[in-house]
Structure formats: structure tokens, C-alpha cells
Design a protein around this ligand. Structure first.
Ligand code: SAM
Length: 280
């Protein structure tokens, strides 16, 4: 038996994760990216886009629970939710656990990511048939320009900010997000890691502060993402987001009211790392 490994090609990380590979279940190229699903003994099935691991069966719940439940519980009545990206379906699965949600629109530019996830990651891509779901395959940057006062929560679950995903972290995009949210709406986006990607975190946070009255940053430790200490940036029009505004009732593995509060960085440390002079 030969030992076979997959080494990530993460565009921003100073380190490369290397997964032992038992089996390659799918490998193909869509119009937008290279898509691979491999099987690794410890992690289970891993979805890889353009050489970067997006989620694995063992730990996907961490990222997906925190991306969905923090904004949805910060909002008192999230009825209409937009997910940009998220083609693996993990954030969608968590969003739909909230009975308050009447409509969840998922806009992923790449139809093939959704198809491959439904085929090979059935425990993650398990909510696409829910009648509350609308799936569209277009660029989220273009889609959002047509909406005003429409969504309670917007979650941007995109690939790293390179290529066609880069626009999803620009000032223009955040202005469209602000306009597309209702008057008390909340935005959340994945914004890379504290240790390896502080310049990206800082740039996005500063841009959000130009647009939203309330901006915050929370984190989750995600074993499959380079840098591990992963950030999620929030822009809120009305509500403080550091605590759930409703009783937490969803079934989760990690998210809870206590974990919601703990996910936010202490305010002193948060302000300190946003200063350009702060270096690790
Ligand atoms: N949780 C993952 C991570 O951070 O590694 C992201 C997972 S999800 C599969 C990312 C999705 O974002 C991909 O399917 C990709 O097609 C989509 N995406 C990237 N840029 C996009 C854009 N401009 N509009 C819509 N979807 C986009």
C-alpha cells in the first residue's frame, strides 16, 4: 500500500495542511473552480475547492453552527435569510433549524459545488429540498444589487477573498448588503483567521465600520482551517449581537447561549488588534 497525501494550496496561509487520502471520490473542473471530494481517515469526506479544504465531515458543524446561529439568535425574528456562497449546504442546514425562517435564499455562483455536495456530502447538503429554500446560481455581488430592505439576515459563506470571491469583501459590496438588509438587519461574513490573516480581518472590519453603526467580531476554533482561530465579522443596523435575543432552542453540537457570548472577543483585545500598530 502506498501512502497518498493531499497538500492544500491555500492562497494566504503561511502553512500547508496535508491530509492522508484514502480515496478520491470526485475530481472535476467547473466553469469557476476545481472541485474535489476526498476521503481522509480522521476527517471523513473533505470538500476541496481550488486546492483549499472548505469543510470536512468531522468538524463542519463548528463553522456552520457559528455562521448561522450567532446572527440568527442575535436577531429577534429572522424570517428572511440570504446566504451568499455556502454551496455545500452546511449553513443552510443550520439556518433552517429556526422555525422563524420563512424563506432562505442561497446564491452560489457555482451550481456544480451544490450538485457535488448533494452527491457526496449528504449529511451537509441535506436541506436543499426544504420548501422554504430558493437556490440561485449567480454572482452574489450582482444579485444583491437588485434588493432594498429585503432581508433580516445576510450570511456570506464564501471561499477565501481571491478571484470572484474578492468582491464580497469590498466597500461597494458592503454598501449593497446594508441596503438589502431591513432596517434592523444583520450581516455576517467569514473573514479568515486571527493569527495568519490579521490584515484581511482589519481591512474588512474597518470597511464595515464605515457603513454599519454596530460592528463586531467573533471567533471559533476550526481544526481544518489554516490559522485555526477563525473570525466572523458582523455588521448590524440596530441590535447588539453579543448575546442571543431569544431563548436558544436549536439542537447543536457546540453552539449554545453560553458559547454565543464566549465567541465574541473581549472588547479591549478586539480594539487592540484592529490597530495598525498591533503585531503578533
Ligand atoms: N466554509 C467555506 C470556507 O470558508 O472554506 C466556504 C464554503 S462554500 C463551498 C464557498 C462557496 O462560495 C463556493 O461554493 C463558491 O462557489 C462560492 N462563491 C465564491 N464567490 C462567490 C460569489 N461572488 N458569488 C456567489 N458565490 C460565491
Amino acid at each position: 500500500m502506498m501512502d497518498v497525501f493531499f497538500m492544500e494550496r491555500d492562497p494566504y496561509a503561511p502553512i500547508r495542511h496535508c491530509y492522508p487520502v484514502e480515496n478520491v471520490l470526485y475530481h472535476g473542473k467547473s466553469q469557476y473552480q476545481e472541485i474535489t471530494v476526498l476521503e481522509s481517515p480522521y476527517f471523513g469526506r473533505v470538500l476541496v475547492l481550488d486546492g483549499v479544504a472548505q469543510c470536512d465531515e468531522k468538524f463542519e458543524f463548528i463553522y456552520h453552527e457559528f455562521m448561522a446561529h450567532v446572527p440568527l439568535y442575535a436577531h429577534p425574528n429572522p424570517e428572511t435569510v440570504l446566504i451568499i456562497g455556502g454551496g455545500d449546504g452546511g449553513v443552510l442546514r443550520e439556518v433552517l433549524k429556526h422555525p422563524e425562517v420563512k424563506r432562505a435564499v442561497l446564491v452560489d455562483i457555482d451550481k456544480e459545488v451544490i450538485e457535488v455536495s448533494k452527491r457526496f456530502l449528504p449529511t451537509i447538503a441535506c436541506a436543499f429540498d426544504d420548501p422554504r429554500v430558493i437556490v440561485l446560481n449567480e454572482d452574489g455581488y450582482k444579485y444583491i444589487q437588485d434588493y432594498e430592505n429585503e432581508f433580516d439576515v445576510i450570511i456570506v459563506d464564501s471561499t477565501d477573498p481571491v478571484g470572484f470571491a474578492h468582491v464580497l469583501t469590498t466597500e461597494e459590496f458592503f454598501k449593497y448588503v446594508y441596503r438589502a438588509l431591513k432596517e434592523d438587519g444583520i450581516y455576517v461574513g467569514q473573514t479568515e483567521s486571527i493569527y495568519y490573516h490579521m490584515e484581511i480581518v482589519r481591512r474588512i472590519q474597518k470597511t464595515l465600520r464605515k457603513i454599519f453603526p454596530i460592528v463586531d467580531l467573533y471567533t471559533a476554533v476550526i481544526p481544518g482551517y489554516a490559522g485555526y482561530w477563525w473570525t466572523m465579522s458582523v455588521g448590524s443596523k440596530k441590535y447588539q449581537v453579543r448575546e442571543p435575543s431569544r431563548e436558544v432552542k436549536v439542537q447543536t453540537k457546540l453552539y449554545s447561549e453560553e458559547m454565543h457570548k464566549h465567541a465574541f472577543l473581549p472588547k479591549g483585545f478586539y480594539e487592540k488588534i484592529l490597530s495598525d500598530d498591533y503585531k503578533f
